[in-house]
Design a protein around this ligand. Structure first.
Ligand SMILES: [Zn+2]
Length: 68
């Protein structure tokens, strides 16, 4: 079961997400999203995009070995 997020939701896990837009204007693609931020609206299809976690990877600034 894949968790799916929408614009305005808070990013719960940093990592690579697949973005699904209104299919009339953009093909699915991948982006990196960082823990604690909000998934943003698309400049073209507003609140339509859905974000699916492809691969979680902790942001280095949040990692115990590297955070200050
Ligand atoms: Zn869009």
């Amino acid at each position: 079961m894949t968790a799916v997020y929408k614009p305005g939701d808070t990013v719960e896990r940093s990592g690579i997400y697949r973005v699904i837009h209104d299919r009339n204007h953009a093909s699915p693609h991948e982006v990196t999203c960082v823990y604690g931020k909000q998934f943003p609206p698309c400049n073209h299809c507003g609140g339509h995009p859905r974000f699916e976690l492809v691969r979680a990877a902790q942001h280095i600034e949040h990692n115990d070995h590297f955070k200050k």
